[in-house]
Design a protein around this ligand. Structure first.
Ligand SMILES: Cc1cc2nc3c(=O)[nH]c(=O)nc-3n(C[C@H](O)[C@H](O)[C@H](O)COP(=O)(O)OP(=O)(O)OC[C@H]3O[C@@H](n4cnc5c(N)ncnc54)[C@H](O)[C@@H]3O)c2cc1C
Length: 460
């Protein structure tokens, strides 16, 4: 069994498959897990309240939400149950709120409340003037975008999955009961294949002889504001969505910053994750309206992610039983939230295609480093420091990342092999100074790999 693509969706599928007695390989073209769209999104844990009812996306979100919410607690993924306020700024938008509440109920989300203007400004005192009312969606929240793909892949590997990075699938030959997968790291034979290649899922689908959708990346640019802005906003502030986009939102992050974005712009280039002056300007204009004081705060970073948009509004998940092949494409704006639901569904489809599923009795549980701000981080945990002095030795001062966290990330089951890999595993380099102060030290630790301590001893 081979899963192509170790983004949040492919990694979730590999994790699900690792619950059974199967020989699974998870492959990715990149040098780490979760390096493409899965690391550059808005990190909202969606309930699916605004999905089109009856769609696969709606079903997957509904299925995924409770699973991901409890999985996050079980393995240490940072989540905050902030709730979201969907704010109406015009009479026209205000008039659509009852219909949105009915749509939410059709999607199984029934705990929405209508919020009158006065209460809205009590809930969000810094909201810009002119809001007419809102819907409160208590289940919407914020989640760490980096840990889920790493957690899924780590659990899969802990339970026997082989992870092959730097393995780009370049061709497929079909030989009887086996698919011969040609990759940049050699060949692999698979009886069953799952295509979770994100922005390239259509290209992989074509290797299996299908032409069902074409990915046209939809770029979303975002601005990350400094942690001093965190007190300005309590909920995720959503706009009324349109047909093409969920629109520009303001949201706190689990790291303690505030996000403004994303834009929505169709591109031809599947790799263009650059930010643009036009995009950022449009965000600033919208942000000024939503939360005026946000614009007085410092910008920590900007980034862009690419949604795997296609000509279809819904997810494209197809099984070809004869081919023993499942295609998971067009997972556009909600794949982080829907990942565990998609994984469960894909395994059901594979079972329907003849895959024999015998549960493993010897499962290994995992625990991930917690990157949020709600529970104490190692540097603030006296007991941990007493057990491991490196927890009290700070390397990245902006994000208060200790030597212990960096050391552990370098020798983890799926170890960090790049500065970005360390950033996603520990939070280092992504704070106020963006690595200005700690980059050299972090780079030295990375170069020393597992012997991080030696370097620091040498320094002192
Ligand atoms: C701006 C923006 C905001 C978003 N906000 C949210 C949000 O708030 N909440 C939410 O739930 N979702 C959100 N999303 C959507 C979510 O990020 C995506 O749906 C999800 O990350 C898709 O995951 P994936 O695994 O399908 O794709 P990816 O993360 O792109 O992974 C696909 C993997 O396949 C690999 N690959 C491709 N081709 C090959 C090949 N030939 N051989 C081997 N490997 C290959 C790639 O290297 C990549 O690692 C947002 C997306 C964007 C862009």
């Amino acid at each position: 069994m081979v899963v192509i693509g170790a983004g949040v969706v492919g990694a979730a599928i590999a994790r699900e498959l690792s619950e059974y007695q199967l020989d699974v390989a998870l492959i990715d073209a990149a040098d780490d897990v979760g390096t493409r769209t899965s690391k550059a999104n808005t990190a909202i844990l969606h309930t699916g309240f605004d999905a089109a009812p009856g769609t696969l996306e709606s079903r997957m979100l509904r299925r995924s939400y409770p699973r991901l919410r409890s999985y996050a607690d079980a393995v240490g993924i940072a989540v905050e149950d902030t709730g979201a306020l969907l704010v109406a700024w015009t009479e026209e938008q205000f008039a659509t709120l009852p219909a949105l509440a009915r749509k939410a109920a059709e999607n199984g989300v029934t705990d929405l409340h209508a919020i009158a203007v006065r209460e809205l400004y009590e809930l969000e005192p810094e909201l810009g003037p002119g809001a007419l009312g809102a819907l409160l969606i208590p289940g919407e929240g914020i989640i760490c975008p980096y840990t889920p793909p790493l957690a899924f892949a780590t659990e899969a590997v802990a339970n026997g999955t082989t992870l092959r990075l730097r393995s780009s699938l370049t061709g497929v030959e079909h030989r009887g009961a086996l698919h011969e997968l040609v990759t940049t790291s050699g060949e692999l034979a698979a009886r069953y294949v799952v295509n979770a290649a994100g922005l390239r899922a259509d290209l992989v689908d074509a290797m299996f002889g299908h032409c069902r959708f074409t990915v046209r990346p939809r770029r979303g640019e975002l601005i990350v504001y400094d942690k001093l802005a965190r007190g300005l906003v309590r909920h995720v502030l959503l706009p009324v969505p349109t047909k093409t986009t969920k629109g520009v939102l303001v949201a706190p992050t689990v790291f303690g910053n505030v996000l403004l974005g994303p834009t929505a712009e169709d591109l031809d280039d599947r790799d263009d994750r650059s930010t643009t002056e036009t995009g950022l300007r449009s965000l600033v204009d919208k942000g000024r309206h939503i939360l005026p004081r946000l614009l007085d705060e410092e910008v920590t970073a900007t980034y862009a992610g690419l949604r795997a948009a296609t000509e279809h509004a819904d997810y494209q998940i197809h099984v070809d039983a004869e081919q023993r092949y499942v295609c998971v494409g067009s997972i556009r704006s909600t794949g982080l939230s829907a990942s565990m639901g998609i994984a469960e569904y894909v395994v059901e489809l594979l079972a329907g295609a003849g895959l024999v599923l015998d549960r493993r009795s010897d499962r290994v549980a995992i625990r991930m480093p917690y990157l949020g701000q709600v529970a104490p981080r190692p540097h603030a945990d006296a007991e941990r420091i007493a057990r491991d002095a490196d927890c009290g030795r700070i390397v990245c001062h902006c994000e208060r990342v200790s030597l212990a966290e960096i050391r552990d990330a370098l020798v983890a089951r799926i170890p960090a092999r790049s500065l970005d890999g360390l950033r996603r595993r520990t939070g280092c380099l992504q704070g106020r100074c963006q690595g200005f102060y700690c980059l050299a030290r972090v780079a030295m630790l990375l170069a020393a790999g597992g012997s991080a301590e030696r370097i620091l001893d040498g320094e002192s």
